[in-house]
Design a protein. Structure first.
Length: 507
């Protein structure tokens, strides 16, 4: 057995990393910073208890947790708000299972997070996709329009619910009010994965809004928000809000019990409550200062020549209803740099860690806990890199289509669950053209399937996966961690155990 030295222990590594001076432009939203809010919190061991007398039970709340969640519902203006300690993922699973019966049909936007697809598999749902448009100059996904949803609903009158992601990982917001109207005309619920928009709810006060309105205020029936992504809250903390009318609340609550731990952490629960309390009390003040810092950052980045900031000029096209200006999305599509290379320069030369590096862009998450100094170093780093690219004349001759998946409409040959659970064989990826995938393939982050089980694989997709591999991207979802072999559906006859096999198909 390998001996683990004390210095190798995870908490030691984390502590060392915390002192390394690397600046986090990623989640969690508290940014590990020195702020009275983070400093006042007690020693985690001292407040880590279980469901002892007087401290209620998250799965059967009757005391302080019930009171706390009822108070939170008032803060948010929902009919019910639930604290989630297994991230938005468990809220998404519960929402999907809570609004559907086994084998129902659901309409979802194709750019959903993998947790949505997992929920669909759990309830064996048939999926119909609403495809976001592609913002081609940056090659990121745009929004879903109310018109698109209306059309999809018209062709699928038996759908039990609609689920869209807004904002996306890149901060793109769809017209939730318009979509909710269309969905409600059919008498079914709208679920919004607002994992990246928890901060929208606290943009209050008389001044012009800094952030878009929360989906809850735009008429969505179930809204799931990760507090940990953009607010000062511990990783894994999230909330789920429900409005009465189109959702069976008791049924949804049952699924929350299924998908949440039976030993919910009081550390996380108290962190959730404290975050909501703080934002409700002082959010307005925090956002005022943040608005100014964010404005300076974004203005400083508007005139880059080789790099390009995703800005408000995109609103109104590509289905984009609004953008989350706290997401700093910088495209390097006009330069010779890949997103990975840009992220590496930012990390190695400037000590700035991004949230995500795509093929052609990087994403930095900013929150009101970012310091002026931190935001200035981000701006200066981008400007210096842009200048270097100009001087070296490092523009891309012709923009190649390196990003790929979002607009792709693969043939859906069977449901996700059928493809996941049926017979399969494992083939080298290069030999999978024409076959139906039995596995997911996604880059993590952002965890949006490039291919989902049940979709037919084509040569373009294979080429793209190979390019991602060459570029060293984090390809996940397949059992083969080296991403060389893929499980595809075996359509032959015979019994399952005979067919579930790896084929050594060298050619
Ligand atoms: C769009 C989206 N939805 C849901 C999730 C899941 O959230 P959580 O990590 O809080 O479970 C993620 C995670 O990154 C996400 O990007």
């Amino acid at each position: 057995m390998r001996r683990l030295s004390e210095e190798d222990l995870l908490w030691k590594r984390l502590e060392r990393y915390g002192k390394s001076g690397r600046y986090p432009f990623h989640m969690p939203g508290h940014k590990r910073c020195n702020h009275p809010f983070t400093e006042e919190f007690p020693n985690p061991y001292g407040i880590d208890i279980t469901e002892i007398d007087g401290f209620d039970n998250l799965h059967h709340p009757e005391g302080i947790l019930k009171e706390s969640m009822d108070w939170a519902a008032e803060v948010y203006g929902s009919d019910r708000t639930y604290y989630l300690i297994n991230g938005s993922s468990c809220g998404i699973l519960s929402a999907i299972c809570g609004v559907s019966n086994y084998s129902d049909k659901i309409i979802i936007s194709r750019n959903c997070h993998k947790s949505v697809y997992h929920g669909i598999i759990l309830n064996n749902l048939k999926t119909v996709y609403s495809y976001p448009q592609i913002i081609d100059k940056m090659w990121i996904t745009g929004g879903i329009s109310a018109k698109d949803v209306e059309k999809t609903l018209k062709n699928n009158q038996d759908a039990c619910a609609v689920l869209v992601v807004s904002p996306t990982y890149d901060g793109i917001v769809s017209d939730i009010r318009g979509i909710a109207e269309k969905v409600h005309q059919r008498g079914i619920p709208l679920i919004v994965d607002e994992a990246h928009g928890a901060h929208f709810s606290f943009d209050r006060g008389e001044r012009k809004r800094l952030f878009p309105m929360s989906a809850l205020d735009c008429g969505a029936d179930v809204v799931i928000q990760s507090l940990h992504k953009t607010l000062p809250s511990f990783t894994q903390t999230a909330v789920l809000h429900v409005r009465k009318g189109y959702v069976d609340i008791e049924r949804l609550e049952w699924y929350l019990q299924v998908y949440q731990s039976s030993s919910p952490s009081y550390l996380l629960l108290s962190g959730i409550e404290r975050c909501i309390f703080e934002m409700n009390e002082r959010g307005k003040e925090y956002y005022q200062g943040f608005e100014e810092r964010l404005r300076r950052l974004r203005e400083g980045l508007t005139n880059m020549k080789c790099l390009e900031l995703l800005g408000e000029n995109i609103i109104g096209s590509y289905g984009v209803y609004d953008i989350d200006c706290s997401k700093i999305v910088v495209s390097c599509r006009k330069s010779v740099l890949s997103g990975e290379a840009l992220g590496k320069i930012l990390r190695d030369k400037y000590g700035l860690e991004m949230e995500m590096c795509g093929a052609d862009y990087v994403v930095a998450i900013t929150t009101f806990l970012d310091t002026e100094e931190g935001l200035c170093s981000l701006r200066n780093a981008f400007l210096e890199i842009d200048e270097w690219l100009i001087q070296k004349n490092k523009r891309r001759e012709k923009s190649s289509c390196t990003e790929f998946w979002p607009g792709r409409r693969a043939e859906i040959a069977m449901t996700l669950a059928e493809a996941r659970k049926g017979r399969w064989e494992r083939l080298k990826i290069k030999n999978c053209a024409g076959r139906i995938s039995s596995e997911f393939i996604y880059l993590y982050p952002p965890g949006i399937p490039i291919i989902a089980p049940g979709e037919r694989i084509d040569q373009d997709l294979i080429g793209q996966i190979c390019r991602y591999k060459e570029m060293g991207f984090p390809i996940q979802g397949m059992e083969d961690h080296k991403a060389e072999y893929l499980k595809v559906c075996d359509m032959g006859s015979g019994n399952q155990s005979d067919h579930n096999r790896s084929k050594d198909d060298e050619d």
